[in-house]
Design a protein around this ligand. Structure first.
Ligand SMILES: Nc1ncnc2c1ncn2[C@@H]1O[C@H](COP(=O)(O)OP(=O)(O)OP(=O)(O)O)[C@@H](O)[C@H]1O
Ligand SMILES: [Mg+2]
Ligand SMILES: [Zn+2]
Length: 450
């Protein structure tokens, strides 16, 4: 008789090895290997009765999405929920995953859908307690505190829900697998079984996922491949607002951002986030400038702040918050070489205010303007919004959606906008907004300072 040899798999990325490894050769995580019992079955069983279909004869999807009646959540989903889709919602402990999805359950139930909320973490009483605080009536809402996948699937067969939430995917286990709950093998099995259910019945399924300290879901990479949509809570718990970003979306634009505000009644959608992000702006202070940024398909105004101070030591430190630190180093080197600002012996701190992560190239101009403003101790015009990508020669390069950014600036009362000259003229005139087209940092940058 042959005894099955156990394998070791990385809990961060799913990489498998025949022996224990201290560090994963694939994702470079330390101490991430756990011994698991190997399975012969394929990871994803989509439809065992599927057959070859002739393309023209496949029924057209009429594109009907289910609205969650929550504009910000609809936005991150790409315009509503697609029937049969599997959506993974990840986030740090206590950030509001259960709260948000319980609220979505209620709005779906109010539209006449039967919703099943499966919790492997909290008792039905605990969820009811949260629901009472959120003033959820839950006429068509069913709670099931269970972690065994087979029992959950049996109840799903019985209740025939129109939408299912599983809180969290890491607590659910399949009794057909010997590994313990939360391991890569289990998480993948649970997700693919639920995917099979979702696709077969055209029922949307939400999976809540925990994020480890390092910012990744346990068993994340494998799960991201299986599901249709991946949403992450961004930012910190210390702020009253919460950001949800689409990291992957098979039915819409990714990098779409939803903004919510945490209140006693749960997470409220924020309809005008630019206004929210600028409420505590340090206008008129050196080192502060407003960036016209794009988050997915939406323009968003964000304050970028820099602080430049003489370093205690020979070489300066560079610290960023919500911005790419490599990008900052590169921009500082460029400012030094092309514009002659002495920065190598300075400590430079740059923040995107509000806990946002800004990754698009259009932040370059805002970063340099903020740094030079702080270095020279000269404030920028409080009525100014900037955006633009910078090249290594100090040239200002055009960016996407310049018109949208400019219009957002005007609608929030700004009267001047510095932007790449290459973006001019804008496709549509923005009344009341003075446009400052920039070719290169030198000599144009100083014109933006008071
Ligand atoms: N009475 C209250 N009033 C206002 N906000 C509250 C109240 N009780 C809890 N909260 C907020 O709800 C958050 C917890 O939300 P929730 O339980 O949905 O988080 P979670 O992401 O599901 O956490 P976990 O990972 O532990 O499951 C708290 O961090 C707090 O900000
Ligand atoms: Mg929770
Ligand atoms: Zn790994």
């Amino acid at each position: 008789m042959r005894t099955a040899k156990n394998i070791f798999s990385c809990q961060a990325c799913g990489y498998q090895s025949s022996k224990w490894l201290g560090r994963c050769p694939d994702c470079e995580a330390w101490n991430s290997f756990i011994e698991e019992v190997p399975q012969d079955r394929p990871a994803i069983v989509l439809r065992s009765d599927a057959k070859v279909e002739h393309y023209p004869e496949i029924e057209n999807w009429d594109g009907q999405r289910i609205t969650t009646a929550n504009p910000e959540f609809d936005r991150v989903l790409g315009g509503g929920l697609v029937p049969g889709s599997v959506v993974l919602l990840g986030g740090e402990p206590g950030i509001g995953k259960s709260t948000l999805l319980l609220q979505i359950c209620e709005t779906l139930a109010q539209q006449g859908m039967r919703v099943l909320y499966v919790s492997g973490e909290e008792s039905a009483h605990q969820i009811k307690l949260r629901g009472m605080r959120l003033q959820i009536r839950g006429d068509r809402l069913y709670l099931f505190a269970e972690t065994c996948l087979e029992k959950i699937l049996a109840e799903m067969d019985r209740i025939q829900p129109h939408c299912v939430v599983v809180d969290s995917v890491q607590t659910v286990y399949s009794s057909r697998m010997e590994s313990s709950a939360g391991t890569v093998t289990q998480v993948r099995e649970v997700a693919s079984q639920l995917l099979y259910f979702a696709k077969g019945r055209e029922v949307p399924v939400f999976l809540i996922g925990h994020i480890t300290k390092e910012g990744s879901l346990a068993g994340p990479k494998t799960l991201e491949h299986i599901v249709d949509v991946v949403l992450y809570f961004e930012g910190s718990r210390d702020q009253s607002y919460r950001l949800v970003r689409a990291a992957k979306n098979r039915f819409g634009a990714s990098s779409e951002l939803g903004v919510f505000e945490m209140s006693g009644l749960g997470l409220r959608p924020v309809s005008n986030p630019s206004k929210l992000f600028l409420t505590e702006r340090s206008a008129g202070m050196p080192g502060s400038v407003v960036l016209g940024s794009m988050e997915g398909t939406r323009p968003l105004l964000v304050e970028v702040q820099a602080l430049v101070s003489v370093s205690q030591y020979g070489t300066g430190k560079r610290t960023t918050n919500g911005l790419d630190s490599n990008r900052l180093s590169l921009l500082l080197a460029m400012l030094q070489r092309r514009c002659g600002y002495e920065l190598h012996a300075c400590d430079v701190y740059v923040n995107a205010v509000g806990g946002l992560s800004l990754v698009e190239p259009a932040v370059d101009l805002a970063i340099t303007v903020a740094v030079v403003s702080s270095l020279l101790n000269r404030p920028t015009d409080p009525d100014l919004v900037v955006f633009g990508e910078l090249g290594l020669a100090g040239e200002v390069r055009s960016v996407c959606a310049a018109g949208l950014r400019a219009r957002e600036a005007r609608s929030l009362g700004f009267s001047r906008c510095a932007l790449p000259a290459g973006n001019l003229p804008l496709s549509e005139e923005v009344e009341g907004l003075e446009l400052i087209g920039m070719q290169s940092l030198q000599p144009d940058l100083q014109r933006l300072l008071l």
